[in-house]
Design a protein around this ligand. Sequence first.
Ligand code: GRG
Length: 290
Amino acid sequence: MVVENELKRYTELAESAVAKYSVSYECRQKKLFDAVNYSLLAGGKRLRPVILLAMCEAAGGNCADAEAFAAGLEMIHNSSLIHDDLPAMDDDDLRRGRPTNHKVYGEATAILAGDVLLVRPFEIMADNAATPGQVKAMSVIARAAGQEGMMGGQQVDIECEGRHASEETIIYLNTLKTGALFRAACNAGVLIAGGSEAMLRAADEYGRMLGLAFQLVDDLLDNNAEADTGKTKGSDIAAGKSTYLSAYGEERCRGMVDECTQRAAAALSPFGERAEFLKELVIMLKDRLR
Ligand code: GRG
């Protein structure tokens, strides 16, 4: 298996799932449709749907059964990016190398676009939830997005701004803010495939380690002037945010990335060879640091 080809295949599947469930037509509220699609169809790595689809196949399932869930998860991620960039939150001007949603459409429309991208997923997932595993996947995704997941993490992050946060708090907030959607991608993939309990446990651990590695890499890249992140550089530091980098320093963060990568790969053993792509994917994430 050539990992780049597999990444391309899953990314294309994710891209077509997102396109399939995106909507645009002439109507009075066309500006809202445009604002939604400005963010949703603006690229991005599509990592969360890629992971969901790959996990579904690794557990013996079929990507066709997972596409609405993959698209829904990517929409929720995009919703969070739009809201995160707003002046009331991170107040960012740049996302994916382009002006942020509110810079183009105004704050009020950007808020609504984020809201649409949080509601639409549950419409498309409900319309496509035919099995108990798919219904459970929808619930897992909802919980991961909400107050016990990403939104909860964002709340703790906001409260920590400009203050010294303990290591435990930094881990807590990142586990929720960034990690919850990655974990949900992994668990949902296995649930949709009807995988075993052992697979679910393995997927959960893989998601936990991948989420941690991803945030560590993100913090390190935010601090690297040469890395192309499509975002304003050093914005976390400028905002007085508590990050892994501010807590542990670069060397320790790099060591933690290595450890998480190894633990993520080790967690995949119940899937055997079918998880080869997922194993390589964490290594590719780590290689973004080069
Ligand atoms: C309205 C759903 C909703 C949430 C409100 C704003 C908020 C609560 C949460 C913010 C969560 C957030 C933005 C976490 C950061 C996660 C992160 C590192 C995003 C970057 O992910 P990539 O690199 O982005 O996968 P691309 O652009 O590739 O999609």
